[in-house]
Design a protein around this ligand. Structure first.
Ligand SMILES: [Zn+2]
Ligand SMILES: [Zn+2]
Length: 385
């Protein structure tokens, strides 16, 4: 083959990839059952945000032959058992049937309807995994998913069943996927997911607020740089703890320095992404200071990475977010970025962005840069980076 032909092949391949990216299909996964994930009128998690996001996307005019809404079936007990013990599943069903007390130590009330709704949410994440693995779509977003605090035997922090971990187990056991990367950008540490895979070579990366809360602790209190996994999992748990007030520039520096190199090196067959938006500067629970700029850049970078290393396979879950009107517009922006669509309602699209807010804090920036250095020193050598 002469030089000219090689150049031609290269450009054809590039063009092919570009066309593939343009015609990628994206699923938005939502069921009205998600509205049953209701912990009562004074609880910060408002299930209406799932429906609000769906309706906002409809009003924006983004659904077409390549971007479709899918309704999940409820997960069954076999699905839940991929991660949770039978005893725990039974106790959730029983307590929610009675509708009194808590499923954990006081954050997650046992309310009627929560069990059924939890099964619908897990079903949504499994549906996303199936749609992607069958090749029906390239990207999927389960707006009701991302319940990353739940562990094998317990609910925690508003999370009943860990649908992120269940989707990953489903991918391993029912689709034979070997290499799974999970990026968690919720404002809280993705602790449940981390502990479930702590001794396995499943790459879990979590960026979250750490410390500085009540008694110097911020929920759930874990997620320091030195939690790196154990045994075969050593080096595969990656934590990026961030101080209160971390703003776009500092956050994006940490994200861009740490996440893409690790993902590219790990070379996953599919990219999973918990996309909690309680990192927003107006969120009442977390105290980080991100704006929509970060959500667009993070989702754009992960989307490009998925096309580069995982043949476009990119499964996204919702998560935290406690100021309802912000949650729907932040998720809408992320979804539009990933789906690569131009909303028909341009004016409404422009209104999704935060305007005239820009945070700066040299001390925070310095602290974040120290953390970046620490993560690189602790984890990168384990990946020959
Ligand atoms: Zn794409
Ligand atoms: Zn959170």
């Amino acid at each position: 083959m002469d030089g000219r032909k090689v150049v031609l092949c290269m450009s054809t391949l590039k063009e092919y990839k570009r066309v593939m990216e343009m015609t990628a299909k994206t699923a938005f996964i939502y069921h009205d059952d998600y509205l049953g994930y209701n912990f009562g009128p004074s609880h910060p998690l408002r299930p209406q945000r799932y429906k609000d996001t769906f309706q906002l996307l409809q009003k924006l005019g983004i659904f077409n032959e390549n971007v479709k809404h899918y309704k999940p079936d409820r997960a069954n007990e076999e699905d839940l058992k991929l991660v949770h013990s039978e005893e725990y599943i039974r106790s959730v069903e029983k307590k929610c049937g009675e509708g009194t007390g808590y499923l954990d130590y006081g954050d997650t009330p046992a309310r009627k309807g929560v069990y059924v709704s939890s099964c619908a949410k897990v079903g949504g994440s499994i549906l996303g995994a199936d749609l992607i693995m069958r090749g029906d779509v390239n990207h999927a977003f389960n707006v009701g998913g991302g319940l990353h605090h739940a562990t094998r035997n317990s609910a925690a922090g508003f999370c009943v069943f860990n649908d992120v971990a269940i989707a990953a187990r489903h991918l391993q056991q029912r689709h034979g996927v070997k290499r799974i990367a999970i990026v968690d950008v919720d404002g809280h540490h993705g602790d449940g997911t981390q502990w479930i895979f702590y001794k396995e070579p499943v790459l879990t990366i979590s960026l979250h607020r750490y410390g500085g809360g009540f008694l110097g602790r911020f929920y759930p209190g874990t997620g320091s740089v030195d939690e790196i996994g154990e045994g075969e999992g050593k080096g595969y748990s990656v934590n990026v703890p961030l101080p209160r007030g971390t703003f776009d520039e500092a956050y994006l520096e940490a994200f861009n320095e740490i996440v893409p190199p690790l993902i590219e090196k790990y070379d996953p067959e599919i990219l999973l992404n918990q996309f909690g938006v309680d990192t927003h500067y107006q969120d009442p629970l977390v105290g980080l200071s991100l704006t929509t700029k970060s959500y667009v850049e993070v989702s754009s970078t992960l989307h490009q990475l998925a096309h580069k290393v995982s043949d476009g396979r990119y499964l996204i879950f919702g998560g935290g977010g406690y100021e309802p009107s912000n949650v729907s517009r932040c998720w809408a922006l992320m979804f539009i970025t990933v789906a690569g669509v131009t909303p028909k309602n341009e004016k409404m699209y422009r209104e999704l962005f935060d305007k005239n807010v820009q945070f700066q804090n040299p001390e925070v920036l310095e602290e974040v840069r120290e953390t970046i250095t620490q993560v690189k020193k602790t984890v990168f050598p384990l990946h020959n980076l």
